[in-house]
Design a binder for this molecule. Structure first.
Ligand code: FUC
Length: 823
């Protein structure tokens, strides 16, 4: 009897620790080799600072970033005297002279920035910190790891019988990077610290036990590089001896070492760079230096976990997790590694926390990780898809705080964008074209083809309204109402009446980066623009009503909204991309801009606009699957919205495919460090796919909370906790064979909860669920009242197969939790 009991206890302990171990590796990226290149290195970051950890035993490298190190200086890039040519382009377009319109646009806005103007600045690296060791010739048991449940990277190995460990953190509360070196034999740690930077001019020196690198950002186009920065590194050793040369720090025979790494710049805000970079770097460093590594690590992990631990996702666990991450990516297509999908999902959340903490700048094209002075597309904010995509996971994956930097940027753009609105278009309000940067430029970039897209503010400002739909935060809505109103004012002023139907359209503009004739993309009334203006006006109208303000303005917008073009279904059953049926049947263009109406917007619904839903599907089928990383990430969301889990999963497989070595092109995939490849690395695909995985599990845009709307065959069984639905509902659920076996909903705001589920549910406790009828009375679930679509007479639409399921209503109270089981 006693023996059995003992055995049981032992067995429990063993299985408990095995489970703990497997959970730890479930949320780790790990490798058995140091990083051979940047796309193998591991990212750490705290929003402001970022580093790539290479982990080489003899020559470790940390590539360093600080988010405000950008080329140039304050100032916008609004071209002068372009109102008249813009009027002329409008006229040519309405006369059907499309090529002439494009030519005039290219002439007015040259491909390269003309003298006296710029097309945005580059985000630039701070440089590198090297740790150089000698005598590393007997290395065994090497492991390099990034534990995203803790936001700690590490390297461990054995050399000549001594076990060494290095840990790397980007402390959120202390605003420094820290590296901790330990060994299990005293006196074993000896290395030299060095720094360099790719800038032509920079200084490295030692001063009072610190290693310092000072630099100045680049001069580009009409801007002088005026962003000054300083990196400061200070070691704290236990045992051994520390000495300095004029440009290195030498540590000999220490028991353990902590490196404190701080970076400061002279940036204060986008108009003011009168700060003191040395003072700023010293302030963070001196405060952090007083703390032990253990204390810093504990408070860093607590700050990180506060956000990260809100969501868990289990799609199953197999032996595949025993393999290094690069091998798992290579093997993913073989199936049988569901935990790589959940790791990829959580890695997206890790990246958002690490690159977009409240108070920092928004995540740029590479988040905050960049080793170059002239990175691809300058690592700017490309806002005709990429920046928005970065923030798709913010609300639904319970990281609403990480959305804040984007809102702060919108406040800036609503000021700088008045210049482009008034000078270029003679319009009130504000606007921005397809790029912006640290200096909040709002003029066109890259010339009259790519750059003539005045819709950046229209798309970015959707994020404000979406944040309100998730949070119900009226104080926030009030604070940002002027930004929403300013966006609406701009379009109220620039809409033009087109001659054939007298619809009101934005022109000149384009369906991002696509053409309808060879090298001609400039247009009037692109479908995406019509959808965006519809949303901009709807958001302003609804916000004004909620805040009880601006009745007359809202009435004006109501009148205008009715005159926007309806969506149209073209001759091969596709959703038309342009006002005319110009779509090519085999168009494989990476942008699927007109599907904005399907996702992220909610203007296309299988229930309210089945023809558009079918047309959107036809468009997506004809566009094909494989493309750039971000395009595939978008398509995961789109197939989820089309309620096709297997096709969404196919896109996840395409994305989680080893990325080719090329650094340009349209063959996206995933690098060994799980970074998305456009190629090259672009972070948007990571965020897009993370959002898509959430969208496969929960949707809340179409009048109800749709649970498991797009579950693929591969996800037979699973559980998720902490996803957010609009109206402030927190969703936890378990499922098996496509049926929900347990559901817990927390209501943060109260109100009617309408559930769409594929199996019958039973409420726990005394409450009952009633079949839903009519409109959902919950105001966060109001559906878009879009216009009736126009459908080409010959459009081969087949009609939709009715969507089965149960639709339930129940009333909720704020703060209460509701539980359900399978009936
Ligand atoms: C848009 C895309 C490109 C790339 C760039 C940063 O211009 O069309 O594919 O992602 O942004």
């Amino acid at each position: 009897m006693i023996k059995t009991a003992k055995f049981l206890v032992l067995a429990l302990i063993i299985s408990g620790s095995a489970l703990a171990q497997s959970t730890a590796s479930k949320l780790s990226l790990w490798y058995d080799k140091p990083a051979a290149n940047w796309n193998e290195a591991l990212p750490i970051g705290n929003g402001r600072l970022a580093a790539m950890v290479f982990g080489d035993v003899a020559n470790d490298r940390l590539q360093l970033n600080e988010e405000t190190i950008w080329a140039g200086e304050p100032g916008n890039n609004v071209p002068k005297n372009v109102y008249e040519p813009i009027q002329q382009i409008r006229k040519l377009l309405f006369e059907g002279k499309y090529k002439e319109a494009q030519d005039l646009s290219n002439q007015t806005f040259p491909r390269q920035a003309p003298a006296g103007l710029n097309y945005g600045m580059q985000y630039q690296t701070a440089g590198n910190l090297f740790l150089r060791f000698t005598g590393q010739e007997d290395v065994r048991n090497y492991r390099r790891d990034l534990d995203i449940s803790k936001a700690v990277a590490s390297v461990s190995y054995q050399n000549k019988g001594v076990n060494f460990r290095r840990e790397y953190i980007a402390s959120i509360p202390d605003q420094v990077l820290a590296v901790r070196l330990t060994a299990d034999k005293p006196g074993s740690i000896s290395f030299t610290l060095e720094m360099n930077s790719p800038f032509k001019q920079y200084q490295v020196q030692t001063q009072n036990g610190k290693l310092l690198l000072s630099g100045l950002s680049s001069s580009i186009d009409n801007k002088q590089g005026k962003l000054r920065y300083q990196v400061q590194v200070q070691p704290k050793t236990e045992g051994g001896k520390t000495s300095t040369t004029d440009s290195t720090i030498v540590i000999a025979n220490a028991n353990s070492v902590t490196l404190y790494i701080s970076i400061g710049t002279n940036y204060i805000n986008y108009k003011d760079i009168s700060g003191n970079e040395i003072e700023k770097a010293s302030r963070y460093l001196n405060a952090a230096f007083k703390k032990s590594y253990a204390g810093m690590k504990a408070s860093h992990m607590a700050s990180y976990k506060k956000y990260f631990d809100r969501v868990s996702l289990d799609l199953g666990l197999t032996d595949a997790i025993k393999k290094p991450t690069n091998i798992r990516i290579a093997d993913f297509a073989k199936g049988n590694d569901p935990a790589l999908t959940s790791l990829y999902f959580q890695f997206g959340r890790y990246l958002l926390i690490s690159s977009s903490m409240p108070g920092s700048h928004p995540a740029n094209l590479q988040g905050k990780w960049n080793e170059k002075l002239s990175p691809p597309w300058d690592s700017k904010y490309t806002i005709n898809i990429n920046t928005e995509m970065n923030y798709w996971p913010a609300e639904v994956t319970n990281l609403t705080e990480m959305h804040q930097p984007l809102f702060a940027m919108l406040k800036d753009l609503a000021v700088s964008g008045k210049e482009s609105a008034s000078q270029m278009y003679h319009a009130r309000g504000w606007n921005v074209h397809h790029n912006t940067d640290l200096w909040r430029i709002t003029g066109p970039v890259d010339g009259g083809f790519y750059g003539m897209w005045p819709m950046g503010g229209a798309w970015l400002s959707q994020h404000l309204w979406q944040h309100y739909l998730y949070s119900g935060d009226k104080t926030f809505l009030k604070e940002y109402y002027p930004v929403l109103k300013g966006a609406a004012l701009f379009y109220a002023d620039v809409l033009q009446e087109e001659p054939s139907h007298k619809w009101l359209v934005v022109t000149p503009s384009m369906s991002p980066e696509n053409t309808y004739q060879s090298s001609v993309g400039i247009t009037a009334g692109a479908t995406m623009d019509n959808q965006l203006v519809f949303d901009v006006f709807s958001n302003a109208i609804r916000s004004a009503a909620i805040l009880g303000t601006d009745n007359a303005f809202a009435d004006t917008l109501q009148t205008l909204i009715k005159r926007l073009p309806p969506m149209q279904v073209g001759r091969f059953g596709q959703l038309q991309e342009w006002l005319q049926d110009w779509d090519k049947e085999n168009d494989r263009h990476r942008h699927v801009s007109h599907l904005y109406g399907l996702f992220p917007s909610a203007q296309i619904s299988p229930f309210n606009s089945p023809e558009l839903f079918e047309a959107a599907k036809n468009t997506l089928v004809s566009r094909g699957d494989k493309s750039t990383g971000w395009s595939m990430g978008w398509k995961v969301n789109l197939w989820a919205r089309l309620l096709d889990g297997n096709r969404a999963y196919k896109l996840i497989q395409d994305q989680l495919n080893p990325a080719p070595m090329e650094t340009s092109g349209q063959n996206g995939g995933t690098y060994p460090n799980l970074f998305d490849a456009h190629p090259p690395f672009q972070i948007d695909g990571n965020f897009g796919c993370t959002s898509g995985i959430a969208e496969m599990l929960v949707q809340s845009h179409d009048g109800d909370i749709h649970l498991l709307p797009a579950i693929p065959d591969q996800w037979k069984q699973g559980s998720v906790k902490g996803l957010i639905a609009r109206g402030g509902f927190v969703v936890d659920m378990n499922w098996k064979d496509g049926k929900i076996t347990y559901l817990k909903l927390k209501s943060s705001l109260g109100g009617n909860c309408r559930l769409r589920v594929h199996n019958a549910l039973q409420a726990k406790g005394a409450r009952s669920l009633k079949a839903a009828e009519g409109q959902n009375p919950n105001p966060f679930y109001a559906v878009a009242a879009i216009q009736k679509p126009l459908i080409a007479a010959n459009a081969p639409l087949k009609g939709l197969i009715p969507i089965k399921g149960n639709l339930y209503d129940f009333n909720t109270e704020a703060g209460k939790v509701y539980e359900f089981g399978n009936k």
